[in-house]
Design a protein around this ligand. Structure first.
Ligand code: ASP
Length: 351
C-alpha cells in the first residue's frame, strides 16, 4: 500500500507491520481487540497523508503478539530491510511493546554499516481507540525516519525505539511499564531525540557512520544457545548447575546484584569455574535498572572476575542477549570473541 504525501515526494519510507497492540481496533459488537486490515491504515491515521514523503507499507503474515517473537521473525525483518534498502530512506517497524527492546537490540547487531534509520514503535493503547498513544508514536517515528541533515544524510542512522515523545537507541532500552504511555526507558544513555513542538536531536549521542557509502551488511544465523540466570537469595546449586553447565548452553548472562556481585559460597564459585572450564561464556550484567558492572569494587565481584566471568559493563540484559546471539554466530576464536564482547559494536555499552 502506498500513501503519497501531498507536499511532494522528498523522502520515502517503508512501514513494516509485525503486530502488537498498535494495529488493533475494538470490534464494535464484541468489544474485543482485533487486528485491523493494515491496508486501511490511512483511515485510522489520516495524518500520514500530510507528510512530505512517500510511505509504503507491508504487513507480516501472520501478524503476531510480540510475545511470540522468534529469531525467524528477526531474520525476516532484516531480510525485508535488506531487500528494500536501496529503495527507501528509512524504515519504521510497528511491533508489540512486550519484546520491542529485544528486537531492536538484536536488529542493531544484525545490521552492520547502517546509514538509514530503522525505527521501532508501537503503543500501549490500540490505534483505533480515542485516547491512543499509537498515532503520536507513529507520526513521530515517521517524521524522524524521514529527517535528513543539511548534507542529505539521515539524522539518525541507527536502530531506535520511538515511544512517548522520545527516541532511544534500541539496544539501550527496556520496557519499564505495562501501563504508562512512557513504557520505555534508556537508563544509561540520554535519548537520541525528543519530540516537543519541534524534534530536538541530541547530535552528541547519535552515532554517524564513518563511511556513508559502505554497503549494508546483514548478519544471519543467530546462535541462540544462550541462557539467563537471575541471581537471587535462596538460589540452589541444582538450578545454577542446570543453567550454567547445560550441554546445549554456549553462554550465560549472570544477572547479578548491584555493581556485579554474586554469592561467594564455595559451591557457587565451583560451578562457575566448572562452566568456564567447559568453555561456556559467562557475562556479568547487573539486575539494577541503571548503572554499570564493575567487578573491581567488592570482593564478591572480584572473585567472579577471577573465575573467568566477563563484564557486561552497562549493557541491558536485552542487549547482551542480542549481542551474544550475534557474536556466537560469527565462529570467532576465544580471544577475538572476548575482544568484541568487551567492545561497543553499536553503541550498546558506554566504552
Ligand atoms: N502483547 C502486546 C505485544 O507485545 C503488547 C503491546 O503491543 O503493547 O504484542
Amino acid at each position: 500500500m502506498t500513501v503519497q504525501g501531498k507536499y511532494g515526494n522528498r523522502a520515502s519510507l517503508l512501514l513494516i507491520y509485525t503486530g502488537g497492540t498498535i494495529g488493533m481496533k475494538q470490534d464494535p459488537v464484541t468489544q474485543t481487540l482485533k487486528p485491523f486490515n493494515f491496508s486501511q491504515i490511512l483511515e485510522e491515521v489520516p495524518e500520514l497523508s500530510k507528510f512530505a514523503c512517500r510511505i509504503d507499507s507491508i504487513s507480516f503474515n501472520p501478524i503476531i503478539d510480540s510475545s511470540d517473537i522468534e529469531p525467524s521473525v528477526w531474520e525476516k525483518l532484516a531480510d525485508e530491510i535488506g531487500k528494500n534498502y536501496d529503495s527507501y530512506d528509512g524504515f519504521v517497524i510497528l511491533h508489540g511493546t512486550d519484546t520491542m527492546a529485544y528486537s531492536a537490540s538484536v536488529l542493531s547487531f544484525m545490521l552492520e554499516n547502517l546509514t538509514k534509520p530503522v525505527i521501532f514503535t508501537g503503543s500501549q493503547l490500540p490505534i483505533g481507540v480515542p485516547r491512543t498513544d499509537g498515532k503520536e508514536n507513529l507520526v513521530s517515528a515517521i517524521e524522524i525516519a524521514s529527517s535528513k541533515d543539511a548534507d542529505g544524510h539521515a539524522c539518525v542512522p541507527e536502530v531506535c525505539i520511538c515511544f512517548g515523545n522520545k527516541l532511544y537507541r534500541g539496544n539501550r532500552t527496556c520496557k519499564v511499564s505495562s501501563e504508562e504511555f512512557n513504557a520505555f526507558r534508556s537508563p544509561n544513555l540520554p535519548p537520541l531525540a525528543e519530540a516537543g513542538i519541534v524534534i530536538r536531536y541530541n547530535n552528541s549521542v547519535i552515532i554517524k557512520p564513518s563511511d556513508w557509502d559502505a554497503p549494508l551488511k546483514i548478519h544471519h544465523g543467530l546462535d541462540t544457545r544462550v541462557s539467563i540466570l537471575k541471581i537471587h537469595p535462596g538460589i540452589t546449586p541444582q538450578v545454577v548447575r542446570n543453567i550454567l553447565c547445560g550441554p546445549e548452553t554456549r553462554a550465560v548472562i549472570l544477572e547479578t546484584y548491584g555493581s556485579g556481585n554474586a554469592p561467594s559460597k564455595p559451591w557457587f564459585l565451583e560451578i562457575v569455574r566448572e562452566a568456564v572450564a567447559m568453555g561456556k561464556v559467562l557475562v556479568n550484567v547487573t539486575q539494577c535498572l541503571a548503572g554499570s558492572v564493575d567487578m573491581g569494587i567488592y570482593a564478591n565481584g572480584r572473585t567472579l572476575m577471577d573465575c573467568g566471568v566477563s563484564s557486561g559493563f552497562d549493557s541491558t540484559v536485552e542487549s547482551m542477549l542480542g549481542k551474544l546471539f550475534h557474536l556466537l554466530s560469527l565462529g570467532l576464536p576465544e580471544e577475538g570473541f572476548q575482544e568484541l564482547l568487551c567492545s561497543s559494536l553499536r553503541g550498546e555499552i558506554s566504552k
